[in-house]
Design a protein around this ligand. Sequence first.
Ligand code: MN
Length: 640
Amino acid sequence: MVMGFNEFIAEVLEFNPKADKELIKKAFEFSESAHKEHKRESGDPYFIHPLETARILIKLSADSATICAALLHDCIEEGCSTVEEIKKIFGAEIASIVEGLTKIQGIQFESKEDYKAENLRKMLLATTKDIRVMLIKLADRLHNMRTLKYFREDKQKRIAKETLEIFAPIAHKLGMNAMKGELEDLSLKYLEPEAYSMLRKRIASNRREREERTKAFIKHIKDGLNERGIEAVVEGRAKYFYSIYQKMKKEGKDFNEIYDLIAIRIITKTVPECYAAIGIVHDLFKPIPGRFKDYISVPKTNGYQSLHTSVLGEHGRIIEIQIRTQEMHHIAEEGVAAHWRYKGTEKDKKFDRRIRWIKQLLDWKMDSKTTKDFIEDLKIDLFENEIIVFTPKGDPISLPEGSTPVDFAYEVHTNIGLHCSKAEVNGVIVPLDYKLRNGDIVYIVTRDNAKPSRNWLSFVKTPKAKSKIRSELGISPDMRVEESAGEKKDAAAGSIEILSKKAPLKFSKCCSPKHGDPVIAFYTKDGKITVHNKDCKSLHDLAGNKTADVRWKEKERESKRLRIVVRDSVGVLAGILDIIAKAGISIHSIYTRAKKDKVVVTINMATMDDDAVKSVIKAIRSIKDVLDIRETSGMPDSER
Ligand code: MN
């Protein structure tokens, strides 16, 4: 049975009390009668599809125009109406969304690369004009995935693959976690049916035991929060099949190792309570070093905000904990769509910021590029994990994992990229191909006469850096660039020390040793020192040569630690973290330990900048409840 209008509008009003009932009724009836003759693959009336597409959006508190456009989204495609007619009846706004959807309708990505790129480009263009086009497209895809079982097997696989490769990553980029999770799980079901049913079975098999354990942890945390007067929702959270599957594949881990993790979410009323809660959690359980992440002061580019930590529970079990406010929670689950709930309008600046990546992608001189490059760039942009690094002023810059200072330079400004000559990370000079890590503070030294080097193309990661370097050097996109061993050698020779007789240093091409590898060095006949990995296969050729004594230079310690004693009061930790965040310093870890009515807070900060640390200390000292603060080299992370 198809849902009737009364039931439908009641659902709309539940999520959006201000919805335009009359207009929605018109769209409902128009679509129902337009699709009267059509059937779905399942044999159901076709109207079920636009109806369900609209219902997915209703639950995101969609505005009236979006609901109407969702109801009408297949009308033109199916030949039962025209843009002009829809414009006349429903107005220009709805007509332009429906038109945008029609243009990207029926796009299939399976065929030739060129066709694929062209279609993607069209879809992204339509989205930059109005993000609602993409939101409806995603809802449309989700409903098709939910009803995929009625399709032929080859079609199922094609649609599932396309969903996994294109639509789930787009949902991720838009911050729509729930949408992404369901799209991925449904794709897995059709692409890897065996893996999917294995996961299903195993998850079901020890459900009760796991739920018991989770319940106990939740109670423990809840009691701790209540004792300090924090009211919060504490809940276990289900993990998506696909994310478990991916972790098993990527990390080569067993199901139990991954699924055994207990995942807890704490939802507080205010931001300061988030910080207070993390202090309490770290007090109740031993935090695992390096796992604390503060996405509240430095949100991800898709808008996601939360505090993350992992702690050690009973029997050495790891508990993953996310802490966020209710609003952050909605944004985490619904992404851009959460703005309907909070701003009630699509004309929001944040909306624009969220789709900036699409605009950037389209900006990178796409017409001059080959199709292969476009797909490649899109993949990098959609699939790579991102890291966040900082300018010396503390502005966060997001880059794909594996990015280098050169990528950073181009990301900040093309001119900085073009004239980049040296890079400092956390105050230490590093080679330009250095792999940046989360929280690094990057300073680029520019020189007027510095120019991009061909060699850069062998290590830069971002499409932007690649295309700018290419165009500056006049290299066409399909020319392959070989790694230049010469420049590599210089970069590594920034980092090794010769203890025996000095001679020019060169790194062997056969095994190209990296910093920290066990190495052996020889004097060569031409009076140089050549450095090889200890297990290099060509060593026996060098057996007669005299060995040279070398060792890697120690990398500087890359963090500073503060030990702060505070009076136990709500908000004091938040105040401290706020000062550090404002100084542009990211935090490796935080530990808190209660001592009667005092709390000792130990914070490891990712910085080597003494001046910055001094001013942070000064600012923290002026907080009312801070009793003592000093920089310390104290105990290692794991001891409390
Ligand atoms: Mn459709």
